[in-house]
Write a protein that binds this ligand. Structure first.
Ligand SMILES: Cc1cc2nc3c(=O)[nH]c(=O)nc-3n(C[C@H](O)[C@H](O)[C@H](O)COP(=O)(O)OP(=O)(O)OC[C@H]3O[C@@H](n4cnc5c(N)ncnc54)[C@H](O)[C@@H]3O)c2cc1C
Length: 484
């Protein structure tokens, strides 16, 4: 493992790894230098730089190595730790305006702390010690861990062992005295290529017939047998064009990849579940308890979008109109509603047997469910305030052109003291977050990441104790309890 301190150290650490990554049907020799991939690397760099610029916010003391570590590698030892984590996530959302790709790793190492402890308690295995050794190394070296939970899943109506192709869910394809081999794929992996390790985790409840699918393993991102296929994002090829206006957010972007595992070897020391199927559901539900509150990061993007909407109405000369103020208030109301459910889930955290703390499941699910809806409304309001130009504006090349540039300078102007180029930049930022590359992170990831909306509704139904609510209603309505 490399030792990483700064964002630039991190950049060096992902170079020259000899990985196999495809984009547009071609193998990319050095992905770290590719203009479509660089914005996602910049977003991860920001997580290192913030730890230097704002150490109180982005680092924490870890008793595991008796030193301060990046907060993205710190497992929560109190509700306050979780609240600090959510504050950091919002800050990074504000700074990058995109998915900075490090939350899945933190949420997974958090789950594995308690899950490996619980599996050992039941089966006498030694997963927890393996986990602690890995985490100590990860903290010392300040490395990144991507997470593959979602399998391609094929026929959604069938469990893994009934799929026509057994590789539609990732599984153990062989074992020897040194470790296991993994075969299959993980889909939609956030920041999959640009991190140092990949942790694979089961995606759903598994039965005895799916024993080989109940595997947790951590592999280096450059392990032999891994192939990455880069996911397209709306307007991604604008990154190949000259200029910075049309990119909307030229510096930061997200990354999702399909990761194929062709009998990838994992030594026993990095295997943290192997066949204990009854723990698959626990892993998923604990992961979602953490991760659904981590979607608080979208409030940072919401802050950026609200700021952009307030800027454009200012530039358009109508900041004081009553309906405009009302729409900005609505954007903030929705954004802070997301924030409050996340912080509440941290404040109401519970301590698990292994000693660490986990967000309240109900409130974390409510947070994520808000996230599946409110950013769409916030985006709608931002487009309302920006006007149709958000979808029809000519390009930067036209602005720079000798023939039509002067015309655009005049015809795309707003208030006379605002440079036309500044107005264009704000419009492109709104386009970027609501229709373009970072709409992936702000909208579709908000909808499906950490599970589609129905996933939260199922968890809310499980936790909502409707019988208790019925008793409350019956009592006030004066209905006699029937003797049992
Ligand atoms: C931008 C982005 C980043 C992501 N990052 C990661 C990551 O880092 N790691 C990771 O592991 N995953 C990641 N995901 C994956 C995410 O968790 C999944 O998208 C989500 O769980 C939904 O799965 P799916 O996309 O396969 O949709 P599908 O399973 O195809 O779901 C589509 C619809 O069908 C419904 N449905 C599915 N199965 C059933 C069923 N059996 N019965 C009834 N209805 C059903 C769903 O509720 C949903 O409405 C990411 C997703 C996105 C969009």
């Amino acid at each position: 493992m490399p030792v990483i301190v700064t964002g630039d150290d991190y950049l060096q650490s992902v170079r020259d790894r000899g990985t196999t990554l495809y984009m547009f049907g071609e193998r990319i020799e050095e992905p770290a230098d590719h203009p479509i991939i660089q914005p996602s690397i910049n977003a991860l760099k920001a997580t290192y730089d913030l730890a230097i610029d704002e150490p109180e916010l982005a680092t924490a003391y870890s008793p595991i190595i008796d030193a301060r570590v990046n907060r993205f590698l710190h497992v929560a030892e109190s509700p306050q730790d979780l609240m600090d984590k959510h504050a950091m996530q919002r800050r990074l959302g504000q700074l990058t305006g995109t998915c900075f790709q490090r939350c899945t790793g933190l949420d997974t190492i958090s789950v594995l702390h308690s899950a490996t402890y619980d599996v050992d308690a039941k089966h006498g295995t030694s997963y927890h010690q393996r986990y602690l050794r890995f985490l100590a190394e990860a903290q010392r070296h300040n490395i990144l861990i991507a997470v593959g939970m979602t399998d391609p899943k094929g026929d959604r109506g069938k469990p893994p062992h009934q799929q026509a192709d057994p590789d539609l869910f990732l599984h153990v394809s062989g074992r020897n005295e040194h470790g296991v081999f993994l075969r299959g794929a993980k889909a939609h992996m956030t920041g999959g290529w640009n991190q140092h390790w990949i942790c694979v985790v089961p995606t759903m409840n598994l039965g005895e017939a799916d024993k080989d699918y109940a595997v947790v393993g951590i592999v280096p991102a450059d392990a032999e047998g891994i192939t990455y296929v880069y996911g397209r994002q709306a307007s991604d090829t604008r990154a190949l064009e000259p200029g910075t206006i049309d990119k909307g957010n030229a510096k930061f972007g997200g990354q999702e990849v399909l990761v194929h595992f062709d009998d990838v070897f994992v030594p026993w020391e990095h295997v943290m579940l192997d066949g204990e199927t009854e723990f698959a559901q626990l892993l998923v539900s604990r992961f979602t308890a953490y991760h659904r509150a981590s979607y608080v990061c979208k409030t940072g993007l919401g802050d950026v979008l609200t700021g952009a909407a307030a800027e454009i109405v200012d530039m358009n000369g109508v900041p004081g109109a009553a309906h405009i103020r009302d729409k900005l208030v609505e954007m903030v109301h929705l954004n802070e509603t997301i924030y409050s459910s996340s912080i509440a889930s941290a404040a109401r955290a519970t301590q698990l047997d292994s000693g660490i703390w986990m967000n309240d499941e109900m409130l974390s699910n409510v947070c994520k469910h808000n996230v599946t809806r409110f950013p769409y409304e916030i985006a709608r309001l931002a487009q309302d305030l920006a006007g149709g130009i958000v979808a029809t504006m000519p390009s930067e090349a036209d602005l720079r052109s000798e023939e039509v540039g002067p015309l655009l300078e005049r015809m795309l102007a707003g208030r006379e003291d605002v440079p036309t180029e500044d107005r264009m930049r704000i419009i492109r930022l709104i386009e970027n977050l609501t229709l373009g590359r970072n709409a992936v992170g702000y909208l579709t990831e908000s909808l499906h990441g950490a599970g589609s909306p129905q996933g939260q509704r199922i968890q809310i139904w499980r936790g909502m104790d409707v019988e208790l609510k019925k008793v409350l209603a019956r009592k006030l309505a004066g209905i006699e309890e029937s003797p049992t």
